[in-house]
Design a binder for this molecule. Structure first.
Ligand code: AOF
Ligand code: ZN
Length: 378
């Protein structure tokens, strides 16, 4: 290994982040080509269906890449997908060494990209900044190995565990820095799921409002709405032609369904679980639609259903240093709850971050990847 391997891989990771949200369900990948100590090409996978990072780095090179080293955050692919194999381009340009962050768990690649390069005499080193490279793509890793979206459950609560005052007022629980972080998270996951109760109470837009990037990373919006109560004049419905919007339901009056479809809302009919949308069936359907990640933004009933269905991989909790009290003030997770403390779901690999005065607590449930960031913007 070269002492600069980590430096170049870190740069490749930075480049990878530029593809966030646009690449789904593909991974974020970055590549840097170095020759005799000079960076001669950089590239990243910018959008799903576009060229891969390696090919973009080669296209951007300022001189011949013969004998150069390529740093790439994910194992180069060796299959024909929407684009031809990256291994072919690497061999055609006579790259001498490839440094790979982590292997690609896609069964069409899974170590075969590395093997093929080695068979053709390319020196390949695997595992530089491996943890960071895997974490960057925890959404992709989960999706490609399970066929289902990576689900993150997110909420903001007071120190006494309330998401609103007893009156229902919730503006705002968390501070400015936390709310900005939420928008960053929205930009890293392709879809956002809320319960229809949240729509009826708050009439949210659920877009990603990062300053200067409005509209750029808007997630697909999904409303869990068992009996299609979604009002036709809701902000989500009125904007359904601009931002993809789904309603997951069990049964509905035909007129109601037709009106929503007319407005551009896509309907997903799901199996019922106790009269409500079966969230396992919903995530199966979302996987088939190639939606690789979902952020659940409550409320409490949906959070409980998601936990009980075992679909949540990661929790992201913003804790604000304030006390609101009130027996009737809502907690973040409702439903029946478990009978025994012993049955409580363990959250592992926790990571704590201060955001202004708030504390962000992130951790994984058993079906999670066990890494750290869902994805950082760069
Ligand atoms: C790479 N470099 O930049 C990316 C890779 O349909 P395609 O052609 O875009 O292929 C998608 C698959 O290729 C994806 O599931 C993952 O295994 C790999 N993505 N590989 O060498 C890249 N984005
Ligand atoms: Zn490729």
């Amino acid at each position: 290994m070269n002492p600069l391997d980590e430096t170049y891989m870190r740069r490749a990771l930075e480049l990878a982040g530029r593809g966030r949200s646009r690449v789904c369900p593909n991974p974020m990948v970055g590549a840097v080509i170095v020759k005799q100590g000079r960076v001669i090409g950089e590239g990243w996978h910018a959008y799903c269906g576009g060229l891969h990072a390696e090919r973009n780095a080669l296209a951007n090179r300022t001189e011949s890449a013969v004998g150069a080293t390529m740093y790439v955050t994910l194992e180069p692919c060796c299959h024909y997908g929407r684009t031809p194999p990256c291994t072919e381009a690497i061999l055609a340009h006579k790259i001498a060494r490839v440094v790979v962050g982590c292997l690609d768990p896609n069964e069409k690649v899974a170590g075969q990209g590395v093997r093929l390069l080695r068979e053709h005499g390319v020196a390949v080193d695997v595992g530089v900044l491996e943890d960071e490279c895997r974490r960057k793509n925890e959404v992709f890793m989960h999706y490609i190995t399970t066929g289902r979206p990576f689900v993150v459950m997110k909420y903001a609560m007071t120190l006494d565990g309330k998401i609103a005052a007893h009156t229902g007022d919730s503006r705002w629980v968390s501070g400015e820095a936390s709310r900005r972080h939420t928008h960053e998270t929205r930009s890293c996951l392709p879809a956002i799921l809320v319960g229809v109760g949240t729509v009826l109470a708050d009439d949210p837009l659920l877009t990603c409002r990062l300053p200067g990037e409005e509209g750029r990373f808007d997630p697909i919006r999904i409303v869990c709405d068992s009996h299609l109560r979604l009002p036709p004049d809701a902000a989500l419905v009125r904007t359904a032609r601009d931002v993809p919007t789904y309603a997951a339901y069990v049964d509905a009056e035909p007129d109601k369904a037709a009106a929503l479809e007319q407005a551009g809302v896509k309907l997903l009919r799901c199996r019922a679980e106790n009269g409500h949308v079966d969230l396992n069936d919903l995530t199966r359907q979302l996987g088939e639609l190639q939606i690789s990640g979902v952020l659940i933004e409550g409320g409490g009933a949906l959070h409980w259903s998601a936990l009980a269905a075992g679909i949540v991989s990661k929790v992201q909790v913003y804790i604000a240093p304030k006390l609101v009290g009130g027996a009737a003030a809502k907690p973040p997770i409702g439903g029946q709850g478990f009978d025994k403390m012993n049955d409580a779901l363990p959250v592992t690999a926790s990571r704590l971050t201060m955001l202004g005065d708030d504390l962000l607590w992130e951790g994984y449930l058993q079906n999670g990847e066990g890494g750290a960031d869902t994805c950082s913007p760069d």
